[in-house]
Design a protein around this ligand. Structure first.
Ligand code: MV4
Length: 576
């Protein structure tokens, strides 16, 4: 194998291209019209236009991708995650075109994609599953009988589902009909198949998944687990390994079960078996993901293995030969998404104006962003994965805080403030969180000064940063000012202007409310002033405007004198 086409974009395309190049392969990128200047395109040896922006016409366009593979002479295709990675028809087409598919056999993808079949296969290979049934349910009466048998609550799930869609929880008999019909409707709408099945519903479980590798010679390896319990609305935010609280005995049992689940469908290549772990520490098979997962990086940091390298070696027919794998230390991954955690995690597409990644000991950033990169609503909003390693969980948490505070992103909102909040939460620090915890227990406080300066309402404002020296010491000050947005910085509406200083106490950054000329200055630097007292007079459009102090305190910085012209939003003085 000397060449590979990477049928993906974003951070995972970058990730795969890097390892393929490390291994001396010729790398072939594909790009949609929006991604012509993307990082993965620059890093690959060659790049081919796969079509217009919508994924259906580009990264999901099977025939077009196969044609590019043929035209470019690619010997293999790596699908990354998402897009075509778990499409068994595409995997089969690749196999039938005599191109190496860097992934599991099409039949294994199909078997695991059907949740009833995968449950049945796992069960028949001795893998513990949640109490439930291995056949679709077709009537409400059947669901009622099963609920009596297992006890309420029960879960009604889409047979071809995943990601929480088509999942309904029934806690009492009265909800049965609604839940059953709702689950069928949703299953039909999302997955084109109304088939549903029933399981006992586990309340507040942890989500723990096992990384496995299988080669084509019958060898299998379990590479440890990942805890993905910090998630909201089925979107994972933080993943870590090892899982807090899992004993060595439980870990071994989980690994054995994961390998048995893989064997049950003839698995080859890298895969992940998902389990729910209940409050007693018992674990149950949930489903198997037949792809490389976003969070594979934490496994890499503790094992020292490159999982993409092993995917490629296995695909080329090599025998799995890892020696003894001895995981070392603790790793955590933080998904840096373009979304606003202060506004219900609403996606925030736009141009990234500033992008400074953390670095240093134990820090890895897998990203596709550069200053100027535009994040579009056409694809997912993962900007980067921050992955940290520490000798133990406490060290990893400490390092994560350090790295997250080094991360500087402007132009789009990110999940960084949410991560910092989680890292300071006792439940997380003690490892007491579960899959419902984020939604139940983590609320972000908009006025937290370590996170973001307070924003004035009503007026159109934009965030500005500046540095000041007070008594020979340097301080960074952020404030909101009425001004045109600085390169894509979002405008917001809020009441009264207010800002926060380095100490977190409310300081007054006094800015020009409009463009004009300073005609008089009432105060001097170092003097004290009270709220509402005038600082200077600003003339604009033949009108004189008094600029007043927003706070009582000392004028630590005075930046204007009579005759100066100031732009709207320019700093006039700082009151501490
Ligand atoms: C469950 C469950 C509790 N009991 N099944 C949600 C997504 C789908 N893949 C399976 N899911 C769940 N199935 C039983 N019998 C709780 C969830 C669940 C969940 C699972 C993993 C990670 C996050 C979750 C969040 C809510 C519910």
């Amino acid at each position: 194998m000397k060449s590979i086409l990477v049928a993906n974009r974003g951070e995972i395309a970058v990730r795969v291209i890097r390892t393929a190049r490390d291994m001396g392969l010729r790398t072939i990128a594909i790009y949609s019209e929006l991604d012509r200047d993307a990082l993965h395109v620059d890093l690959a040896d060659e790049a081919w236009n796969v079509g217009p922006a919508p994924a259906a016409q580009s990264y999901l366009n099977q025939e077009r991708i196969l044609k590019i593979a043929h035209d470019s002479g690619a010997e293999a295709i790596h699908p990354g995650y998402g897009f075509l990675s778990e499409n068994s028809q595409f995997a089969r087409k690749v196999e039938e075109s005599n191109i190496i598919w860097v992934g599991p056999p099409a039949d294994a993808i199909r078997a695991m994609g059907d949740k009833i079949t995968s449950r049945r296969n796992a069960e028949s290979h001795g893998v513990p599953t949640v109490p439930g049934i291995t056949d679709p349910v077709t009537t409400v009466d059947e669901v009622a009988r099963l609920a009596e048998e297992f006890g309420y609550p029960v879960a009604i799930k889409a047979a071809h589902g995943g990601g929480g869609k088509g999942l309904r929880v029934v806690s009492e008999e009265g909800q049965l009909t609604d839940a059953f019909e709702g689950a069928r409707r949703e299953a039909d709408a999302y997955f084109g198949n109304p088939e549903v099945y029933v399981e006992k519903y586990l309340d507040k479980p942890r989500h723990v998944e096992a990384q496995i590798l299988f080669d084509t010679h019958g060898n299998a390896e379990f590479l440890g687990e990942r805890d993905c319990s910090v998630q909201r609305r089925h979107q994972k935010l933080i993943e870590e390994t090892p899982s807090p609280g899992l004993t060595e005995k439980q870990r071994r049992a989980l690994g054995k079960a994961a390998i048995a689940a893989g064997k049950s469908c003839g698995y080859v290549n890298a895969g992940t078996v998902e389990f729910l772990v209940d409050t007693h520490g018992d674990f149950y098979f949930l489903e198997m993901n037949t792809r490389l997962q976003v969070e594979h990086t934490v496994t890499e940091l503790v094992t020292g293995l490159d999982l993409v390298e092993w995917q490629l070696r296995i695909a080329a027919g090599e025998e799995l030969d890892l020696g003894t794998v001895k995981p070392h230390g603790h790793a955590m991954e933080f998904r840096i998404n373009a979304e606003d955690p202060f506004n219900n995690y609403l996606p925030t597409p736009g141009q990234v104006v500033e992008w400074t990644e953390p670095a240093g000991p134990g820090v890895r950033v897998d990203s596709w962003i550069r200053p100027g990169t535009t994040v579009t609503q056409y694809y997912d909003n993962l900007l980067a994965k921050l992955v940290v390693w520490g000798s133990d969980r406490e060290a990893a948490i400490s390092r994560a805080k350090r790295a997250l505070s080094e991360f500087k992103v402007r132009g789009v909102s990110t999940t960084i403030p949410a991560h910092l909040t989680v890292l300071d939460h006792e439940d997380f620090i003690d490892g007491r969180h579960h899959t419902k915890w984020m939604e139940e227990s983590v609320e972000l406080n908009e006025s937290d000064p370590s996170v973001s300066p307070a924003m004035p309402e009503e007026e159109e404002v934009t965030r500005r940063d500046l540095t000041v020296e007070v008594g020979g010491r340097r301080f960074a000050v952020s404030y909101w000012a009425p001004a045109p947005p600085v390169g894509g910085q979002p405008r917001r509406k809020r009441p009264k202007l207010e800002s926060t200083g380095p100490s977190g106490s409310p300081d007054g950054v006094v800015t020009a409310p409009m463009q004009g000329t300073i005609v008089k200055v009432h105060v001097g630097a170092g003097e004290s002033i009270k709220t509402g007292e005038p600082i200077c007079v600003l003339e604009a459009m033949k009108m004189e405007n008094e600029v007043k102090s927003p706070a009582s305190g000392e004028i630590v910085d005075l930046r204007v004198e009579p005759g100066d012209t100031v732009a709207s939003g320019e700093v006039i003085a700082i009151v501490k």
